[in-house]
Design a protein around this ligand. Structure first.
Ligand code: IFM
Length: 448
């Protein structure tokens, strides 16, 4: 069994966060409201009414957080840019103070020897754009491309690679189909145009980034899909789920076509949202890398009631995180080799842009260490089986605002006391730091 220390020389070690989950300062320096401010202010949306108003106060404490990253020896830091800080209403005037914040952040990262890897959209859409239809409105894609160009013009001289969107699948399903995330729309299959408009936004933004000589990635949440049995009905249900979760956002990018959505009663124009030339535009700028966010596999059975063509079935007999997610490290190897088999030469180099777990442990987080060790060994196995994986960004650097769960799910290598904002590195912080150092030293020695 390959070991995580066998990961190749030059493999990049990182950690991930997202703007609304850590920054706070939602009313400062001209930031406009986002869908998450509006959603969290509504009763019964977020557990215990928690909001991202303060979060980890990273907006003010970023130098301390970068010192923590430097202590880990990170090669890269994945963060997201808050669109409502840059263009408070999503269009029109640019807010210079918003750009200044990310300028300072980028300079401080570079001074610490850490390469910034920004994500341009991690779910915090300016509220005014949502009022005009949000991602159901095709125009949002064009506004996203404009915003991308504004940010890239300011930071592109120092930031080589960019992630356009984070987990467009999760955003569509949780935000627009089920309504358990902002903007809280429960449209079920009528949410599908959100998929196409996000992909269109990616394509337009990717062109703007490439025009400026910058590399382009997207971070897709992907899962191995396990049929509950070998019965035909379960196999068909698993296939339908795979189409929705894994292929809807990856096939158009890598193959230039949507997968067959007939199990959902939907044609190839996704409810009329796909216009002539759109798919060409989405693939015109090839991805320089595919970001993969992996947390767990999904077990799928035939539906027991009318509606969707699948039902989720439990995965038994494995450890579970505080979020009750099953822990299956080898699922990461299975996912990556499966991607390679499915897409072949069309698959660009992969970077794991998120992987981690929430635990109830305070500082002695041995559960997280076991989780990370298992997943990194599985990653090394995928590499040994021929998948080109360039880096690993753990989720997350800090305990933070876990969306509808508020501050209840702690994913960080660093504990945050949300009353005092005191940061305390957990045992997993020391473990990750040592792993990075030994991996680096081992490869230096081999180079001699
Ligand atoms: O916190 C989220 C992140 O914003 C997106 N991917 C999954 C993480 C854990 O739920």
């Amino acid at each position: 069994m390959p070991h995580r220390l066998d990961l190749p020389a030059g493999f990049r070690w990182g950690a991930s966060t997202a703007a609304h989950q850590i920054e706070g300062a939602v009313d400062e320096d001209g930031r406009g409201p986002s869908v998450w401010d509006t959603f969290a202010a509504r009763p019964s949306t977020v557990r215990d009414g928690h909001t991202g108003a303060v979060a980890c106060d990273h907006y003010h404490r970023y130098p301390e957080d970068i010192a923590l990253m430097k202590g880990l020896g990170l090669d890269g830091y994945r963060f997201s840019v808050a669109w409502p800080r840059i263009r408070p209403t999503g269009e029109g005037a640019v807010n210079p103070a918003g750009l200044d914040f990310y300028d300072r952040l980028v300079d401080a990262l570079l001074a610490a020897g850490i390469t910034p890897l920004p994500t341009l959209f991690h779910w915090d859409l300016p509220q005014t754009l949502e009022d005009a239809g949000g991602w159901l409105n095709r125009d949002t894609a064009y506004r996203f491309a404009e915003y991308t160009a504004i940010v890239a013009d300011r930071l592109g001289d120092r930031v080589p690679a960019w992630i356009t969107l984070n987990e467009p699948f999760v955003h569509m399903v949780y935000g627009y189909a089920l309504g358990i995330h902002a903007p809280g729309r429960a449209l079920m299959l009528d949410a599908l145009p959100v998929a196409h408009h996000q992909l269109l936004a990616h394509g337009l933004a990717a062109a703007a980034l490439h025009e400026r000589g910058l590399d382009v990635l997207i971070a897709n949440n992907l899962t191995p899909v396990w049929p509950a049995s070998s019965a035909d009905a379960d196999l068909a249900a698993a296939q339908a789920y795979d189409v929705l979760h894994n292929r809807l956002f990856t096939d158009p990018l890598l193959l230039g076509r949507y997968p067959d959505l007939s199990a959902y009663g939907v044609g190839p124009d996704l409810g009329g949202s796909v216009h002539d030339g759109d798919l060409k535009l989405i693939t015109a700028t090839p991805l320089d890398g595919l970001g993969v966010n992996y947390y767990n596999p999904t077990r799928i059975a035939a539906p027991t009631e009318p509606g969707l063509p699948f039902a989720e079935a439990p995965i038994e007999g494995v450890p579970r995180t505080a979020f009750d997610w099953p822990v299956v490290p080898d699922g990461l190897r299975e996912l990556l080799t499966g991607l390679r088999d499915r897409y072949g030469a069309a698959l660009p180099p992969v970077t794991i842009t998120e992987n981690g777990c929430s635990t109830t442990e305070e500082l002695d987080d041995t559960f997280r260490i076991d989780y990370l060790a298992g997943h990194l060994d599985a990653l090394a196995a995928a590499v040994a089986q021929g998948v080109d994986v360039r880096g690993y960004y753990t989720w997350s650097l800090l305990d933070n605002y876990e969306w509808a769960e508020g501050y209840h799910q702690r994913f960080g290598l660093v504990h945050v006391d949300f009353e005092t904002q005191q940061r305390t590195p957990k045992a997993s912080y020391a473990w990750y730091r040592d792993l990075i150092a030994v991996h680096r030293a081992r490869n230096v020695k081999r180079g001699w």
